[in-house]
Design a protein around this ligand. Sequence first.
Ligand code: FAD
Length: 388
Amino acid sequence: MSPAERQRPVVVIGGGIHGLGTAFHLARLGFTNVRVLDAGYFQSGASGRNGTLVRGGFSSEAWTRLFAFSNRRWIELSRLLGENVMYTRRGYLIVSQSEKTQRLIEAAVPLHRDCGLRSEILELADVKRLAPALDTRTVRSVVNLADGGTAPHHAAMKGFLKAAQRLGVRVEYGKPVTAIEQDSRRATAVVAGGERIAAEILLLAAGAQSPRVAALAGLELPAYPQRIEAMALEPVRPILRPAIALPDRLCYLHQTARGEIVGGAEVAETPQETLATDLPVLGATARVYAEMFPAFARLRILRHWAGMLLATPDWGPLLGLHPDLENLWVTTGWSYGIAGAAGTTELMAESIARGEAHELIRPFAVDRFRRGQPVAEGAIVLAPAEGH
Ligand SMILES: Cc1cc2nc3c(=O)[nH]c(=O)nc-3n(C[C@H](O)[C@H](O)[C@H](O)COP(=O)(O)OP(=O)(O)OC[C@H]3O[C@@H](n4cnc5c(N)ncnc54)[C@H](O)[C@@H]3O)c2cc1C
């Protein structure tokens, strides 16, 4: 990049993990005028309300190539940022109970390995050793992703924030973007907190609010806001080393360093925008826990909370240039946004610097649904919303 290109004003809309992380990598690549504007407070979005689970292996090639890259970056992130992001490589088990899921995840093991992941089908004795709390009577098979684990979001968010600020990125919370000015097919400025801020490059990273922000430029995104909930059980002695996903029960969980059991089970509900929790979801999670981890039935629920995701028709993120505005880049629609953050933020920054989407993010282009090319991924723990 020439010095003039490096000085172009970049405005990042949204200071969640994707906005902050991409801003950090842009500064690392030499961009000298990067500003992050966020409507809420630090960690008020999904990046402060999640389960913190990280894995690289899925069933599709597009997901696995992107998330395997990101898993590798999680392992190196503390060193890169000069901040401890507390990534713990505790392993990640994908448990199948149906024949369909068994076939899907076992068939994916060679793909995982091809992407550099340590992935293997476990013997039952090893499952019992790694996760003694799991009732294995209905389990057909278990794939262990040894490089998966957990990334406490507060540590990663703080790490990205401090590292970005050290490189000169200006980050402002409590500053919602309320207008996007444009000249024919290019954005020229945003208005935030009454201030007009010129932008030659815009990055939309506003999580569940992204369609509303895109609408400020008269644009549409193929996605809708969706609440999901999680809960924490009281701390107990270590009984669950790896993180676990049970796709057949739409359930995921892990035991934190403090001993709490954190996770959730998804239920299909009408899309709604609220941070209120409700009893049916709590009940569904408690039921799956009690059936699959009988010892948990005796534990008290400490906390139960909700966060907002931006759901896309195939649950994959929306990444790359928006097809209808020349200088609007997009990183949103994240359902596994913590797992994807360490690597995709770097790929987004590289793509912006080169003016061309990196090959690993190309399958997730914003216009893939328009082109009839969604990315089918079956090894995820998400419930499609009613009516979608
Ligand atoms: C309960 C729960 C459990 C989860 N568990 C996991 C998990 O275990 N593993 C995993 O990988 N993922 C998990 N996720 C998903 C993950 O948290 C998200 O995918 C990820 O945090 C999305 O990050 P983001 O930066 O795109 O969005 P966010 O963190 O939501 O950030 C978007 C930001 O945009 C800001 N904003 C909105 N409107 C405007 C505006 N007009 N102007 C400026 N700023 C604006 C918001 O204030 C917000 O801070 C979970 C999510 C939830 C809710």
